[in-house]
Design a protein around this ligand. Structure first.
Ligand SMILES: [Mn+2]
Length: 317
């Protein structure tokens, strides 16, 4: 059995990072590890490097100590969590070039590796679940448990997606034993939406279209529409899941325009289409049931390209 301490021999300074636009699993796994090291290894200095996290994660201990810029410091080891590839780690990439050793713990089927130590389990629900295997349950504090539990909740859609396994539930149970307020974590970090988010959801659903005889649902939001609601692009990331709930649909596509003009594409599927393969065609990545990529161009053209890939996959079955 692998334990995090097996990688800590002679290590004094650790940089922890995850992927760009950190989600619940990314923030949860990075801060979960940070809390674990802080609680149990007083001789080790660890810093988390991530882009800004959403306000709903402010209750996690250590959020206010996350570094949003490379301070130029050196580390003995870099631990990368929940990244699908090296080019998804944003500004921390420069730290990666400076460190002598790297440990990557992940669950992305598209991760090509290239680290000193690499543990990628695409069958696991979340990086938080894979990381939990490395930690001694006895040494997990309430703060650490809150982080890891949040990560699992977000990547499983509250224990609903097919990535949820008996091991996921056993891990969640172990974390629950620490006394965390799971009702509050799920309600406030996962389900709660701002009024603007609900208006955006209504707008996208009203304009959505069914394609391929109802097998695909697609929605679009331009940056002008988003600006009118006073919202950041990152606040729209829940919309694709709602589209996916549509009966009879296998694939949900949501295009939303970023401030720079390019479109972010979020893809979800229920059981037929491998959306990670669709995203990979356009240099994106992710999981079989949830993936994403970016595009420049008009929404209709982008949609045609995505639909063509879906049709190709259906023809190849
Ligand atoms: Mn994840």
């Amino acid at each position: 059995m692998k334990r995090i301490e097996d990688y800590l021999d002679g290590i004094k300074r650790i940089a922890i990072t995850g992927h760009v636009s950190p989600d619940g699993d990314c923030a949860g796994s990075c801060l979960g590890l940070w809390n674990y090291l802080k609680d149990n290894y007083p001789d080790i200095t660890a810093h988390v490097y991530l882009q800004e996290t959403k306000d709903v994660f402010n209750f996690l201990r250590g959020v206010d100590e996350i570094r949003h810029d490379d301070t130029g410091e050196d580390y003995d080891l870099m631990i990368l969590l929940d990244i699908s590839s090296k080019n998804r780690i944003a500004f921390a990439e420069k730290i990666l070039e400076r460190v002598p050793k790297t440990l990557c713990i992940d669950h992305h089927v598209t991760n090509p590796g290239g680290f000193t130590w690499f543990d990628n389990d695409p069958m696991a629900s979340s990086a938080s679940e894979v990381l939990s295997r490395y930690l001694d349950p006895e040494k997990i504090s309430l703060s650490c448990a809150e982080c890891l539990y949040t990560g699992i909740v977000h990547d499983t859609g509250v224990f609903q997606y097919t990535c949820t396994s008996p091991e996921t539930m056993r891990t969640a149970a172990m974390l629950m034993e620490k006394g965390l307020d799971f009702t509050k974590i799920i309600e406030e970090s996962f389900f709660a939406k701002t009024y603007s988010q609900n208006l955006a959801m209504a707008k996208v659903i009203t304009g959505s279209k069914l394609m391929l005889n109802g097998m695909v649902i697609a929605g679009v939001m331009t940056r002008e529409e988003r600006w009118k609601l006073g919202m950041k692009a990152a606040e729209l990331d829940n919309i694709v899941s709602q589209l996916r709930y549509t009966s009879g649909v296998d694939v949900a596509i949501f295009l939303y325009q970023l401030d720079g003009g390019e479109y972010k594409v979020s893809l979800r599927s229920k059981e037929i289409i491998d959306v990670s393969a669709v995203a990979a065609v356009f240099d994106g990545g992710g999981h079989v049931r949830a993936a994403g990529c970016k595009f420049c161009g008009e929404p209709d053209e982008i949609m045609d390209k995505l639909i063509a890939e879906i049709v190709k996959q259906l023809d190849g079955r």
